[in-house]
Design a protein around this ligand. Structure first.
Ligand code: FNR
Length: 336
């Protein structure tokens, strides 16, 4: 049986560190995304974490020894969640992925991150220059896991090298490949090389997911244009969704106040810390910091303050009461 997800004409939330926590992923699904990626989490972290079923929140959590939750998922994501792993080593990647595989739909390997910490660790875009390692990591994961495996790459400066690389990737049995149409040295201000994504699509049989088009994706209709220009099977969006996840809505984007309130609702429901929620909200507000809520958002530190700013005090109180009640019930059960 071939292991895959359906990548035909799907809208996909791209992986984004610090942005793709559970509220962003759920909001994106609500607004019309078909598939959502986690942020990149490196194999070491997964291996040092403890898996815990959180009955109070109805989630599965991966917690570091100090109690920090590095990954939280809930049943709503079933069948649509791609977990992105950062790795430089096949055996370690497999061990981490095996720990995760019952809680995720697809395991993706990040081969595109140009940040120094990734490159120095031989991870992310460092892999693009090491085809043997790419082959080793991906084929080890494909053979060792019950779930499908995919990867996300950037392009290389020469088209022929990029095509060679994607053919090697295809030969490992991955279910799809996401392509950000920029090289390691190119920044967001450089044009995305849509023609290279098109050439990749023509060179392989596995589904190709086009990425890198956010600068031109200002409304829902632009997503189809990007798909057409790249000839890809599906489109993956990062920054346009970071700024307003309702970009996935067929009916058009919603005002940012509505989106922020929904984000806060999920942050409350899933007990997300104020630092994470604040960071995501500030990205949504990035061009609107002159709003009355702008300065208070920069100054706030706690969820109760965030709720005050967005006039959600009642919802804050109600969710706190519910969580306190559930915690008390759980303690009562444990004491019996
Ligand atoms: C990213 N990107 C990224 N890529 C990846 O493979 N793993 C990751 O964890 C991250 N993290 C991340 C954080 C933030 C804040 C941004 C803006 C981007 C890259 C991202 O997935 C995507 O490839 C690029 O942003 C290009 O796509 P867009 O933005 O043009 O749709």
């Amino acid at each position: 049986m071939s292991k895959s997800l359906d990548y035909d004409n799907k809208l996909i939330l791209a992986p984004m560190v610090r942005i793709n926590h559970l509220p962003t992923r759920l909001l994106s699904l609500d607004y019309g995304a078909d598939i959502v990626y986690s942020e990149e989490i490196i194999d070491f972290k997964i291996l040092t974490s403890r898996r815990r079923e959180n009955e109070i929140l109805g989630t599965v959590d991966y917690e570091l020894p100090d109690g920090t939750v590095i990954f939280r998922t809930c049943p709503r994501e079933e069948g649509r969640l791609v977990f992105q792993l950062g790795t430089a080593d096949a055996k370690r990647a497999l061990k981490a992925a095996q720990k995760l595989e019952n809680d995720i739909t697809v395991l993706d390997v990040n081969m595109g991150c140009p940040q120094p910490f990734s490159l120095q660790g031989g991870m992310g875009a460092a892999l693009l220059r090491k085809p043997e390692k790419v082959k080793d990591i991906l084929s080890t994961l494909v053979k060792g896991l019950k779930i499908p495996v995919s990867c996300k790459i950037r392009i290389l400066p020469k088209l022929e090298d990029t095509i060679k690389l994607v053919k090697i990737i295809e030969s490992t049995g991955v279910c799809a490949i996401a392509v950000h149409g920029r090289t390691i040295d190119e920044r967001p201000r450089h044009a995305n090389q849509n023609h290279v994504i098109k050439a990749i699509k023509q060179a392989v049989k596995i589904p190709v997911i086009a990425n890198g088009g956010s600068k031109e994706i200002l409304c829902y209709e632009d997503i189809a244009k990007f798909k057409e220009e790249t000839g890809a099977d599906s489109v993956m969006i990062a920054r346009a969704a970071e700024w307003n996840p309702s970009i996935f809505r067929k009916e058009g984007k919603l005002p940012i106040e509505d989106v922020i309130k929904q984000h806060v609702r999920y942050a409350l429901k899933y007990d997300i810390n104020a630092i994470s929620a604040k960071y995501c909200i500030l990205q949504i507000m990035h061009t609107s910091m002159d709003m009355a809520e702008g300065q208070p958002m920069l100054d706030c530190k706690h969820m109760v303050e965030i709720c005050d700013i967005w006039k959600m005090e009642d919802e804050f109180k109600a969710t706190q009461e519910l969580l306190t009640k559930k915690r008390a019930e759980e303690m009562e059960e444990e004491s019996h």
